[in-house]
Design a protein around this ligand. Structure first.
Ligand SMILES: CCCCCCCCCCCCCCCCCC(=O)N[C@@H](Cc1ccccc1)C(=O)O
Ligand SMILES: [Zn+2]
Ligand SMILES: [Zn+2]
Length: 504
């Protein structure tokens, strides 16, 4: 399967049709992945046995990916994986597909089936990771395996980066892969990661599902508030205790929402694109946001998911105080998790928080913080966005609208802003509000059909990224965007790299 003598050859289009045997094998492969409990509890507490087993598992179920001469596999940060797929046309700028191996914990309580059983029932595969994010990981490798079996040779080079600690920050997985690629001088045309879906039933009166491709991601602050008081006997308490002072402060934060920033991010554009999907009079209202913006911004606040799209959210997540029933506590601590709207910054939110608390006895400690991610382009010239749009339209012809959005959670993709300005977060899966609750919740599941469609999507996407940009009226002249020449496999060996890498 070497590339010798095949440089610059056009790859023929391969139909995304899979045999019955392949369809059974792909769902069984996903079930096997779910059965490996790759749980991240904290940055220090990962299930490294399961992570190591997962590395062996993908080797076993995707043998062609691992033995193909134009694909290089490296383990990074011990348990993350980087695949470099060398395309036949070095003039095309490479792209990267992301997914993560780890999952959040899943206690057995409340689940209809054990969360790491991977059991199939009524056409669904159940288990932790079926939507977040082993579906993406397995679909990417599965699609590549199936293309390789059909002797497909990609034109455009691409990377596949599989992080092992996304659920606890990504600092040992994604961040190290990013540093490694930067050290190799790689610049990417775009990145596709998890983070948004084909949304079904999230907006009242919008009958049809629409695809939201997140072009930005909220920032975050974990802010610890602390009050220190002189301890004493509880039989003669002072007028105020550390617990009381802190409780009042965090309550003020909870009761005073950050300002509504509607109009300052991608949401306004999305609603304008969706306007004609709504019945009268909503269609008129959304088509005339110059007039109705104040009304729409208020309506968005009514539901906790759409509320998260219009403002920086404030969530009280931890509260620790007290050492004994009859001791006035010397210290009280609370942690507040802010998710920052794309139109605000860490500094602005910190200032607002301090003004709301307005109490000198409270100390503020920023545990960690980062600004919202830059907004990636979604115009006609944006290669990654247009490839996603094109593939959505062909795989989901019933979906009328593809709109840009903001991811309300954080993803591994935030570690890659040094490599590209085009970061897109999209899972080719229908998501209803109840399935949204199952992510990090109970009874997470994916239908067998949805998983097959996800494989088909990636299978088509890789080929679309290779299509001749001069063909097709909807395709802009992307060839002009690829400057220079890229050779990804003739790079310095691991020994001269600043991060922990080993090749297989
Ligand atoms: C026009 C109206 C549209 C209606 C929008 C409805 C949006 C609903 C879809 C939301 C999908 C959200 C998927 C988020 C993926 C986030 C993954 C995640 O949980 N990441 C963690 C990462 C993290 C960060 C920091 C420390 C540890 C982990 C997170 O907490 O964000
Ligand atoms: Zn995830
Ligand atoms: Zn998650």
């Amino acid at each position: 399967k070497g590339l010798r003598g095949k440089e610059h050859q056009r790859a023929p289009r391969i139909p995304s049709q899979f045999s019955q045997e392949e369809r059974v094998a792909m769902k069984e492969a996903l079930k096997g992945a779910i059965q490996i409990p790759t749980v991240s509890f904290s940055p220090e507490e990962l299930n490294t046995t399961a992570l190591a087993e997962f590395g062996e598992y993908i080797h076993k179920v995707f043998p062609t990916v691992f033995k193909t001469s134009f694909i290089r596999h490296e383990a990074v940060g011990e348990y993350s994986h980087l695949f470099t797929v060398q395309g036949s046309d070095p003039s095309l700028q490479p792209y990267m597909l992301l997914a993560h191996i780890d999952v959040v914990p899943a206690p057995d309580e409340g689940w209809d089936v054990p969360p790491f059983s991977g059991l199939e029932s009524d056409g669904f595969i159940y288990g932790r990771g079926t939507l977040d994010n082993k579906n993406s990981l397995m679909a990417i490798l599965q699609a590549l395996e199936l293309l390789l079996i059909r002797n497909y040779i990609p034109r455009r080079s691409f990377f596949i980066a599989l992080g092992h600690d996304e659920e606890v920050s990504g600092v040992n997985g994604a961040r190290k892969i990013s540093a490694l690629l930067q050290a190799r001088g790689i610049q990417l045309a775009f990145i596709v990661d998890e983070g948004s879906f084909i949304l079904d039933g999230f907006i009242p009166n919008l009958q049809k599902p629409f695809a939201m491709v997140s072009v930005s991601e909220k920032g975050a602050i974990n802010l610890m508030l602390q009050v220190n008081m002189t301890p004493g006997h509880s039989s003669a308490p002072p007028k105020e205790t550390s617990i009381g002072i802190l409780a009042a402060a965090v309550s003020r934060l909870e009761q005073t929402p950050m300002p509504n920033m509607f109009g300052g991010g991608p949401l306004k554009m999305a609603l304008q694109q969706l306007a004609n999907e709504f019945p009268f009079p909503t269609n008129i209202v959304l088509s005339n946001l110059w007039l109705f913006q104040p009304l729409v911004s208020r309506l968005m606040e009514r539901n906790y998911i759409t509320n998260a799209l219009v403002r920086t959210t404030t969530a009280l997540t931890m509260f620790n105080a007290g050492i004994k029933v009859n001791v006035i506590p010397p210290v009280a601590q609370a942690t507040v998790n802010f998710r920052i709207h794309p139109a605000q910054t860490v500094q602005e939110v910190l200032k607002l928080a301090k003004d709301i608390v307005a109490d000198d006895r409270i100390q503020f400690h920023v545990l960690n913080a980062f600004d919202p991610l830059p907004v990636s382009p979604s115009d006609d010239q944006a290669l990654g966005y247009q490839l996603l749009r094109q593939t959505i339209q062909s795989v989901f012809p019933e979906v009328n609208i593809v709109a840009p959005g903001t991811c309300i959670g954080n993803t591994d993709s935030r570690h890659y802003t040094n490599l590209t300005t085009g970061i897109y977060r999209f899972n080719p899966i229908y998501l209803q509000p109840q399935s949204f609750s199952s992510i990090h919740g109970i009874n997470e599941k994916i239908s067998v059909l949805a998983y097959e469609t996800q494989v088909k999507f990636i299978f088509e996407f890789i080929q679309n990224a290779d299509a001749d940009p001069r063909q097709g009226p909807s395709m802009p002249s992307w060839g002009l965007m690829a400057v220079g020449s890229f050779s990804l496999l003739t790079i310095p060996g691991p020994s001269c790299l600043p991060v922990d890498v080993s090749c297989s």
